[in-house]
Design a protein around this ligand. Structure first.
Ligand code: ATP
Length: 429
């Protein structure tokens, strides 16, 4: 059993930061005034129980969310966006706090892996449509507030370290839940129940995952890579046979897990280097994941994730170039201008990935990031114009030549740059 303190819902809400409590109080007051029941639901309830409340709030109203959300936004001075198709609304408060408001709804799947049709419903039906018992809890905010609704035993599952889908057809209806589940399992150290493992196995055997659109799959993969420790999620996905089901060549590679950890360990330090633009960690993880598989598998996996055209070409091109770049950075002699050129051509994500390596490569990337990337000639395009050069491609060549001279230490001042131009081109006169 895990050490989760006893749960009394009114006290649960007091674990929230003061600001969130005020917002929920406003939501409850408005619910009473309009005669609709209002609940805090899903992730925020789970996270409160786990003692790690997040910043954002999800509430569900047993009635039409749109007019309720508009009135709530007015009372809180928030911006509101209504999503009529799903009966949901998003409020962004002045201090950046985000509040999602949904109409209690039930869902119907026309076929496995399809997007569901949604219908207004009671809170019980709304909780039943959810993915896992641990996400199907709610705290009533209206009628005095504080009752915990936990119809499927989410609290006991959290305490027992168990992850259970709400019903047997859950993974078949929506196979993204397999990836969602792996995220929760890794994040909260839960284990899928034996029954769930069997259900997942049979869902994968029916190739339902293959019916998911590339977009939906990519979104889930992104969410996996946004987790604090994606390698732990990938390990679970591999154990479930999901990676193989996505692509037979996608067996998880232990080196990839070690690299992901290394990148993360270095991340704080890397941030202090003040690099701009900042790399996105999830993209670095994606590079790591695909780096170890052959090029044809990368293209196949990229295609499966719905990537095509320039984004797919950029990803595969970057991965193709990485081994050579790595070797060049390991080489014994590498002048500053060559180093600058090589790394100017690589993405911020590749910089971080290479920096997270060791020895000479790391030192060189750091030298580039902290010094070489900022070097520029004293002369500008305007100077060249004044000196009588005709604008066009020559400018680029001249500026590159001056930059190389600066980087390699042949040019140290504006005067020396002018002297070089005079020697090469006879101008300025
Ligand atoms: P996270 O911390 O990962 O964001 P969350 O619980 O806030 O967790 P969301 O993706 O924001 O997750 O979804 C909000 C709630 O909606 C979930 O708690 C869950 O109850 C429900 N939900 C989301 N996606 C699904 C799904 N595919 N099937 C069923 N219920 C879902």
């Amino acid at each position: 059993m895990r050490p989760i303190p006893p749960v009394l819902a009114p006290q649960l809400l007091r674990r929230l930061p003061r600001r969130q409590q005020e917002v929920l109080e406003a939501a409850a007051v408005l619910g009473e005034r309009r005669g609709v029941s209002v609940y805090l639901v899903g992730g925020p309830v789970r996270d409160l129980i786990m003692g790690s409340p997040g910043a954002d709030l999800d509430i569900t109203v047993a009635g039409n969310a749109a007019p309720y959300a508009e009135a709530l936004a007015a009372s809180l001075g928030a911006r509101v966006t209504i999503h009529p198709r799903f009966g949901t609304a998003t409020l962004i408060l002045q201090d950046g706090l985000r509040l999602d408001v949904a109409t209690a709804r039930r869902e119907q799947y026309r076929h496995p892996a399809a997007l569901p049709q949604v219908f207004p419903a009671t809170i019980d039906e709304d909780l039943f449509r959810r993915d896992f018992t641990i996400n199907a809890m709610a705290v009533r905010l209206t009628s005095g507030g504080g009752e915990l609704l936990d119809p499927f035993g989410g609290l006991t599952d959290l305490r027992g370290g168990r992850l259970r889908a709400i019903h047997d057809e859950s993974y078949r209806d929506d196979p993204t839940r397999i990836l969602r589940g792996a995220r929760y399992a890794a994040r909260y150290r839960l284990r899928f129940s034996v029954r769930d493992r069997r259900r997942i196995e049979s869902t994968l055997a029916e190739s339902v995952l293959q019916r998911l659109s590339g977009d939906r799959l990519f979104r889930e993969v992104q969410l996996v890579l946004h987790e604090a420790a994606p390698e732990a999620v990938l390990k679970i996905l591999e154990g479930l046979g999901v990676l193989r089901a996505l692509d037979p060549a996608l067996a998880r590679d232990l080196r990839a897990a070690a690299q992901m950890r290394r990148v993360r360990q270095g991340w704080q330090h890397y941030r202090h280097l003040g690099v701009s633009p900042r790399p996105e960690l999830w993209r670095v993880y994606l590079l790591i994941l695909l780096r170890s598989v052959p090029a044809r598998v990368r293209r196949r996996v990229g295609g499966r994730l719905g990537l095509k055209g320039p984004p797919l070409a950029a990803l595969t091109g970057e991965l193709r170039g990485l081994p050579l770049l790595q070797r060049q950075l390991e080489g014994r002699r590498l002048g500053a201008s060559r180093l600058r050129h090589l790394l100017d051509c690589a993405s911020p994500e590749s910089h971080l990935l290479l920096w997270a390596g060791s020895g000479r490569v790391r030192r060189r990337v750091e030298r580039y990031l902290t010094r070489l990337a900022f070097v520029k000639p004293a002369l500008t395009g305007r100077d060249l114009k004044e000196f009588g050069f005709v604008p066009g491609p020559t400018y680029r060549r001249i500026m590159d030549m001056l930059l190389r001279g600066r980087l390699d230490g042949h040019l140290k001042s504006r005067e020396e740059e002018i002297a070089l131009l005079r020697q090469r081109f006879g101008r300025p006169h």
